[in-house]
Design a binder for this molecule. Structure first.
Ligand code: ADP
Ligand code: MG
Length: 248
């Protein structure tokens, strides 16, 4: 598929969307591809959770989206460069911010941001919020991305989420829901794979439950490599996603 591609990651709450986004970003950046990771969550701003040792100063996705002249310069000014890496840049909300922190931005502004990012980097990864109404950035990402990875949990709550939310998306052809790739996160070895796959109408990727991931999440170290056997199994499956979506 080549470069300047965009993937949106969306799904039920707690389904590993953020973990998958971070790990995909890491895999691509370690291939020396430039990556922009956009963290849409404004209910729980993710910069302090994912990068607790990084001081974002005044940088925020909110600042960028409400700037009158959003351009490459403004993007650079709001981009976090974790680990001083030259390949990965992150846009997200910072500590204490919420939906009242900024004036509303337009759908066009959100679309412009993704266009600018595509011009700038090889790959754009968008970690969308589960709740799409009220989050235009996630909604536009789902509409404009080359591929959407839909994450779910292998339980009735996950199924209930999609039963409730998919009909809304399906009403608009622009969202091409039938093209979404489907992944189950935190999949444990004793889970009934066949039944779960049936209930989900097919599953493309099974991402195993990995204790090491949980620890990395708690410690704000998700960009670190996974070293355990289970962790490596997860990376293998994530690399299958990278191959399928980006041909990398
Ligand atoms: N593959 C995995 N193995 C173990 N724990 C996971 C895995 N993926 C996600 N988690 C854990 O599940 C919780 C929710 O993950 P997160 O990525 O924040 O979900 P979401 O972004 O969809 O709300 C976190 O505590 C995270 O550590
Ligand atoms: Mg999340």
């Amino acid at each position: 598929m080549g470069s300047n591609q965009m993937i949106a990651i969306w799904g039920s709450p707690g389904s590993g969307k953020t973990v998958v986004s971070m790990k995909l970003a890491r895999i691509l950046a370690s291939k020396q591809k430039t990556v922009a990771l956009v963290l849409c969550d404004l209910l729980c701003p993710m910069l302090p959770a994912l990068f607790p040792t990084v001081d974002p100063k005044e940088k925020s996705l909110g600042v960028l989206l409400t700037k009158a002249d959003m351009n490459q310069e403004a993007i650079l000014a709001n981009l976090i460069l974790p680990n001083d890496g030259e390949f990965l840049g992150v846009l997200g909300y910072k500590k204490g911010e919420n939906s009242s922190s900024y004036p509303d931005y337009t759908v066009e502004k959100a679309a412009d941001l993704f266009l600018l990012l595509r011009h700038k980097v090889d790959y754009v990864i968008v970690d969308c919020t589960s709740q799409l109404s009220g989050d235009d950035l996630s909604t536009v990402a789902l509409r404009d991305a080359d591929r959407v990875l839909r994450c779910g949990t292998a339980d009735l709550k996950g199924l209930s989420f999609f039963d409730a939310q998919l009909p809304v998306l399906s009403m608009n052809k622009d969202f091409r829901v039938e093209k979404h790739l489907k992944a189950l996160s935190g999949f444990k070895s004793h889970f009934p794979k066949k039944e779960v796959a049936e209930a989900y109408g097919g599953v493309d990727f099974y991402l195993p439950y990995v204790e090491e991931v949980e620890r990395q999440f708690l410690e704000g170290r998700l960009l670190d490599p996974l070293k355990t056997t289970e962790g490596k199994r997860l990376v293998k499956e994530l690399k299958r996603i990278v191959l399928e979506v980006f041909d990398e």
